[in-house]
Design a protein around this ligand. Sequence first.
Ligand SMILES: Cc1cc2nc3c(=O)[nH]c(=O)nc-3n(C[C@H](O)[C@H](O)[C@H](O)COP(=O)(O)OP(=O)(O)OC[C@H]3O[C@@H](n4cnc5c(N)ncnc54)[C@H](O)[C@@H]3O)c2cc1C
Length: 441
Amino acid sequence: MNEQIEVLTLNIPDTDKPRLVIIGGGFGGLATIRNLRKCAFQVVVFDERNYNTFQPLLYQVATAGLQPDAIASPLRKEMWEGADYHFRHLKVLTIDSTTNTLSTIAGKISYDYLIIATGTRANFFGNKQLQQYTLPLKTIPDALNIRSQIMQMLEMATITPPEKQQEFMNIAIVGGGPTGVEMAGALAELRKHVLWRDYPQLDFSKMNIYLLEGGPVLLPAMSAESGAKSLKDLEAMGIIVRLNTLAASCDGQSLTLKDGSTIATRTIVWSAGVKAGIPTGVPDSWIESGRILVDDHCRVPTSPNVFAIGDVALQKSAAFPKGLPGVAQPAMQMGAYLGKNLGKMHENKPVKPFHYFDKGSLATIGRAKAVADFPGNLKFSGRIAWFIWLFIHIAYLVSFRNKLVVFATWCWNFITYEKGNRLIIRPFFRKDDLITSEMTD
Ligand SMILES: Cc1cc2nc3c(=O)[nH]c(=O)nc-3n(C[C@H](O)[C@H](O)[C@H](O)COP(=O)(O)OP(=O)(O)OC[C@H]3O[C@@H](n4cnc5c(N)ncnc54)[C@H](O)[C@@H]3O)c2cc1C
């Protein structure tokens, strides 16, 4: 293997043009690429995945509502044909800002301009047990792990004595932000409309779905009304919501809460926190509050040829003194801003500072149930908010094919109450999970 690594090379041609390297083809990186028309740069994009992920719909993949390829799009498709654009499916290992180079498993590359758009990773706040036994939801493989785990545990329940079935059927979701709320709502619908038909021998009154939130409200980043409405709707759907409740530890069979009580469950979804995915080598002086501090041109103040956008960046303004929210819109808007303006910056032409336009926030709870907060204190809930949510998600999906597939699948699911992707295509095993691995080995 090492011999093979030694012969790897990036194969990026030498150029007289300034080289722009972009790390990350997520919301921010993709918006940059799409706005860099006819640019004077050689553009090199690195991503550890060869596709862009539409993270807002990951929970639907995890709950069998959508197929994974409906929310992913190949990054190579975004490289302008014939232009000096290069994609490498590689993780950037380190950045060396003193030599303006970065390294990958296939070698080093220098940059004239660098855009760091690496997003976030799950944050377990240093709790090793939670990291080992809970399931984060950040990537498509994460979503498939959750889907497989839910289905595998139900299959296990069918071959377990009734008095022991509950730990296989219960599900706990830690974190009552949009991901936790959306996940809980989708699981309640799966239980109500689908699972009892698949598993007639199981008693679904025993299947408890818990949503645990450390703070006093759900959807803390949204209005108090939206938080209260989501709580009311989820409780009406049979979700056990526990506010002011923190997870303390787990052992693969149960979850222990800070108050000492336990929940018997083998499936714990972790949606309680993320941290910026800052590549190794980024100097400490660039970092503030765990993110890369940038000025109003998305630039690292002490290294004007380096930019950070999206979730990894901390851009403070009078309206957002703690930085922009970690959602898709800031990432897309910052990416579009750099894509349009980097050429001018290179030519030392005047460029207006970046201005974030807040378009509001949304969360769906279930069938015809959602909450929406818009600027100007405009709030919607129920069917109207749900239609807005549907429309916006279709509109922002990355390709026409994905829009069509998602729309058709949603129509089918709505009419039939189906969630047809409840497949264990790639079984999920924890290292210590002998029971489930023995089932399929
Ligand atoms: C489950 C979930 C649900 C969400 N729901 C919503 C929602 O409803 N609405 C909303 O607005 N926002 C939502 N968000 C947040 C939104 O997805 C993020 O704010 C957005 O993705 C940030 O964009 P980004 O470009 O900064 O990072 P990302 O989109 O995460 O992209 C980062 C990219 O960098 C790549 N990468 C990272 N490190 C490296 C490295 N070292 N080398 C190479 N490549 C690397 C990754 O593979 C990834 O492709 C959700 C997020 C999650 C996880």
